[in-house]
Design a protein around this ligand. Sequence first.
Ligand code: PLP
Ligand code: COI
Length: 353
Amino acid sequence: MKITITKTANPKAKPTSELGFGKIFTDHMFIMDWTDGEGWHDARIVPFENLSIHPASTVLHYGSEIFEGLKAYRRKDGKVQLFRPIENIRRMNNSAERLCLPEIPEEDAMEALLTFVKCEEDWTPSAEGTSLYLRPFMFGNDETLGVHSVKHATFIIIASPVGSYYKEGINPVRIMIESDDVRAVRGGTGYAKCGGNYAASNRAGKKAEDKGYSQVLWLDGVERKYIEEVGAMNVMFKINGEVVTPALTGSILPGITRKSCIEILKKEGYKVSERLLSVEELSNAMADGTLEEAWGCGTAAVVSPIGELCYKDKVYIVNGGKIGEVTQHLYDTLTGIQWGKIEDTFGWTKNLD
Ligand code: PLP
Ligand code: COI
């Protein structure tokens, strides 16, 4: 694939204060366009700038949008590495298929990602727990109000140096189990990473935040009975010695961090079950003390202990509100591999060159 590179004439100063999440953007972005019949074309890296799009553009009216999230990590030796980027590329193509957006050949998507990260490599921060968050996204861009699968699309990658997603950092977060709104149903777009899933979750998210909770834990969209996932992460519980995580039934995001946690735990001999977990089973485990640990996992959230769960105004404290042993172990192992502090025996990391 031919990628033209136009460097900015005005590089920005690198941030020196607290990074937060997704507030600061690097100097460049990757863009390429797709036209039905012609395919992907005009791959380019250009200075970071506002987009100009037609007011009738499909994405603005019908939410024709998908995105990904992955990180570049600066290792101790100064080199920069990515974590399982091929998984993000494959998931993006699955999301594209669901939304009738064009897929990108895996090798082109990888080349785009690696070329872009190389260009922005200097923006990868080195302070403990920081990384360069990469946000590939794609949207339908037809200039018409008709509802159809699109004939024009745009794919962009932007990057943002980030610290922790939650203000709590690695300290336990408080999560509210939502019993009214639902995020997704089977047959819908729950397994795809599309903007609409997040737009529809904002009302419950706001309700939770107003009560002092970080995010919502969703129940299934049909019976409101089974645990699904949290707003920006998958969820895992240690109940009576067994690690339980909701099965991928089509309505939750197949998280790459989830998959990695399962692989780490299984390799180490833990009992891990991907299965249906009812909120009743969870409430009983919280009430009788067999719920030993709870945590969320995601690229932005990393491994995030859950210290408190609220369901229908009943509050449960998990593990005395402290991070549990397995949660801490997973955090250490995963971040150890991601930042190159421990050997990657899984072959998950990808160097830039
Ligand atoms: N579930 C949702 C709804 C998410 O937004 C995310 C974040 O990407 C995840 C789960 C975790 O996925 P991953 O580990 O691939 O980042
Ligand atoms: C990620 O973890 O990469 C995500 O996409 C979560 C995001 C919604 C902040």
